[in-house]
Ligand binder design. Structure first.
Ligand code: NAP
Length: 286
């Protein structure tokens, strides 16, 4: 059994980005990320802090647009269009947005070329088609970065993805299919889910259900990727996988915290760099 952590993966991605941004700087180009935050939600602020730190480590500049929680749809769209038309390379929007905002419309308003968290349907279509000029949701890609960094075989393997959201479950299932795994997607209506997971070589858990994946759900030696973030009454963070019960039986297991979540901001940085390079007509894609 090996506990596989996110930090070595994030460090290695960061070092590669840093090298590229130094090169770009010598040509007078500094990639710029614009963060658009509505209101003051604690998890948005925590992610923003982590993103700011990562961008600095990567040599990427950041500008922030902070908007009131009661902003109207029209005003929000104006701000987003202004960000689209500004000199930034990438735009990060925190979701979910407050109820008065039409998220589906907003996803379509963000310029696909600056959509570094892959929320615009144009980028979902590019993922679907295998068009590498697109942008994918950062957390979904973080799972793939973990798999690649730790050399986990996917070809011909049975993979089960728990969750079918647009940000994680669906994109991860396409990405794993592209890596030649045979993928099954489970959701809240799946019957006998533990029998499905028990046949899997790879399990990606993204349900937001604390510790529901137990040892008897998994096959001995399986690789387990826990994307879930759940916070209990005492403020402790847990994943969707019961780490204590699965640790000995799994071949690989990611902890929560310090697992997949720790890779997300470095994927974000990678996509800002990619957007910058594409915008400047630099063909080489990371
Ligand atoms: P979401 O939109 O709520 O989707 C959850 C999915 O899990 C849905 O497809 C749901 O099924 C399924 N599900 C819920 N309960 C289930 C159960 N008992 N059995 C099987 N499937 C079940 O959540 P999300 O945005 O994808 O996020 C998932 C988790 O990842 C959350 O804990 C979130 O906090 C975390 N997250 C982590 C990061 C990171 O950086 N690590 C980033 C974003 C999110 P239905 O479709 O049938 O409802």
């Amino acid at each position: 059994m090996a506990v596989i952590k996110g930090k070595p993966v994030a460090d290695s991605i960061t070092a590669a980005i840093r090298e590229k941004t130094e090169e770009l700087k010598n040509n007078g180009i500094v990639p710029l990320l614009t963060i658009v935050r509505v209101g003051e939600r604690g998890d948005d602020i925590a992610y923003e802090r982590a993103a700011l730190k990562r961008m600095e480590m990567c040599g990427i500049a950041v500008s922030k647009v902070e908007l009131p929680a009661d902003i109207t749809q029209a005003d929000f769209e104006k701000e987003l269009v202004a960000a689209n038309e500004s000199d930034c390379d990438g735009i990060l929007l925190f979701m979910p947005l407050p109820d008065q905002l039409d998220e589906s419309r907003i996803r379509k308003t963000i310029s696909p070329e600056k959509d570094v968290d892959g929320v615009n349907p144009v980028n979902s279509a590019k993922l679907y088609e295998g068009d590498k000029t697109g942008f994918v949701p950062c957390t979904a890609q973080a799972v793939i970065e973990m798999i690649e960094h730790y050399g986990i075989e996917t070809e011909g393997k049975k993979a089960v993805v728990l969750g079918r959201s647009l940000v994680i479950g669906r994109p991860v299932s396409i990405m794993l299919t592209d890596k030649n795994a045979t993928v099954t997607v489970c959701h809240s209506r799946t019957k006998e889910i533990e029998n499905v997971t028990a046949a899997a070589d790879i399990v990606v858990a993204a349900m937001g259900r604390s510790k529901i994946v137990k040892a008897d759900w998994i096959k001995k030696g399986a690789a387990l990727f826990d994307v879930g973030i759940n916070v209990d009454e005492d403020g402790n963070m847990t994943g969707d996988i019961d780490f204590e019960s699965c640790e000995q039986k799994a071949g690989y297991i990611t902890p929560v915290p310090a697992g997949v979540g720790g890779v997300t901001t470095s994927v974000l940085a990678k996509q800002v760099l990619k957007a910058c390079m594409l915008r400047h007509g630099i063909q080489e894609v990371l």
